[in-house]
Design a protein around this ligand. Structure first.
Ligand code: MV4
Length: 413
């Protein structure tokens, strides 16, 4: 769809992402040949690659995102945690980078089991190990180190106290290149598959004590200011009761940004482009007001009969929902063929309403109105979650889909 809609389109290489969208020389040379002046990196591929951002600058191209040095700092999760502590932001009790299994044993005994090992080059759940007690530490340490080395060519790991059944709440920030910085509220992203893929996100986070919400926003601003953050960013926190712990910062626009756009009535991508072209923010925190509630369901081309494995194929019929409060962001069209090379997400259905109940009702109606034939999708999965009492009451945490997995089901007719 993006190729069909674009004013101009140029081939950047063959299907496999490593040979096209992840191939820096291909992207840069295409930008130079076409006399383009800026690159928006989206939310995958090279969006958090500091070297790519630097190469753009070296070629006179504006990278629409934060400064390369800040991407690099936040890309190293142990460094990001250290910066957070320096800024007075609460982090999960734990160690710095571990030099040996003996050091890990001492650190784990200090914070107390259960603990979690994390790859400092990781993020998003890759290279992590839960360690219930000291009898599992040596093997988990070896496993995490090897996995981190294989995935990131960087085997360094650190350790944290395991926070049991927390919520995943993240804060959106926008900063300009002159030091102004604002937050645009929080998003609750606790509905995730055991594989750490997000399924449903919403804003505001339901049933959050006013003090906890204020603390999240304050901590996000404090760390963002500390690193002189510019452009759009998201700070991820774990929330357990009244305790809030900074986890990591994503230095890109995120998939779930539409829910924030709906309640703030702000086009975040437009703001990114404005900021990157050197404009000042032009508004202060006190100018920003969230209104109503927004929920996003991610629609993936995945087979519920096959453990939600990505499914490629041709879309033979397509009907998307509409009506009050419904927004659909998608690259699908009837007759489209989903190639096997890219992410399985094919649409985001966003429901807005004055209240959470209205947004939920509109979402259910929109999901039932949607018809996709030819490929399996996660629509049933989303309907299943929406129907759960924990979700409807707004009382759920990251274990929701672990405690009660989604049953495999026949695709709806
Ligand atoms: C944790 C945690 C519990 N305690 N850290 C998962 C992705 C990565 N960003 C960090 N993650 C976690 N870190 C401590 N100390 C639990 C998770 C976690 C998780 C976090 C958010 C959403 C879903 C999750 C699913 C499993 C584990």
């Amino acid at each position: 769809m993006h190729v069909r809609q674009a004013d101009e389109a140029f081939c950047v290489g063959p299907g496999a992402a490593t040979r096209s969208y992840l191939n820096i020389p291909n992207i840069i040379s295409t930008a130079l040949v076409t006399r383009c002046d800026a690159i928006h990196p989206g939310y995958g591929f090279l969006a958090e690659n500091a070297r790519f951002a630097e190469i753009c600058t070296d070629h006179g191209l504006t990278f629409i995102g934060p400064k390369p040095a800040v991407i690099a700092l936040m890309g190293d999760k142990a460094t990001a945690k250290r910066l957070a502590r320096d800024a007075g932001v609460a982090t999960t009790p734990g160690s710095d980078v571990l030099a040996s299994v003996e050091e890990a044993e001492i650190a784990a005994a200090t914070v107390g089991y259960p603990v979690m090992l994390k790859a400092t080059a990781g993020g998003g759940g890759r290279g992590m190990r839960v360690v219930p007690d000291d009898s599992h530490l040596a093997r988990a340490y070896a496993g995490a180190t090897a996995e981190a080395e294989a995935s990131f060519k960087d085997g360094r790991v650190y350790l944290e106290k395991l926070i049991v059944a927390p919520r995943h709440v993240e804060v959106q920030v926008l900063g300009d290149e002159y030091g102004a910085i604002v937050h645009l509220g929080e998003r609750d992203c606790s509905v995730q598959k055991p594989s750490h893929q997000k399924v449903i996100e919403e804003t505001p986070a339901p049933n959050l004590a006013a003090g906890v919400r204020a603390k999240l926003h304050e901590m996000a601003l404090r760390l963002s200011r500390h690193v002189r953050y510019s452009n759009a960013g998201t700070l991820e926190f774990l929330v357990a009761g009244d305790d809030v712990y900074f986890m990591e910062m994503n230095t890109r626009i995120q998939v779930e940004h539409p829910v924030t756009e709906m309640v703030y009535n702000i086009d975040l991508v437009k703001e990114q482009i404005r900021i990157a072209s050197g404009e000042s923010l032009g508004y202060a925190q006190s100018d920003l007001h969230a209104r109503g509630h927004a929920i996003e369901c991610r629609i993936n081309a995945e087979d519920p009969q096959n453990n939600f494995a990505p499914a490629a194929g041709a879309v033979t019929k397509l009907v998307f929902p509409g009506g009050p409060g419904i927004r659909v962001d998608t690259h699908l069209y009837a007759g489209a063929t989903i190639p096997p090379y890219y992410d399985s997400m094919v649409a985001k259905i966003v429901a807005f309403g004055d209240t959470r109940d209205i947004a939920m009702a509109r979402m259910e109606r929109a999901l039932r109105e949607t018809q996709v034939e030819g490929i399996p999708t996660t629509i049933e999965l989303c309907l299943d979650v929406l129907a759960r009492p924990e979700f409807q009451r707004g009382r759920y945490d990251i274990e929701l889909l672990v405690r009660e997995p989604v049953p495999a089901r026949q695709a709806r007719q």
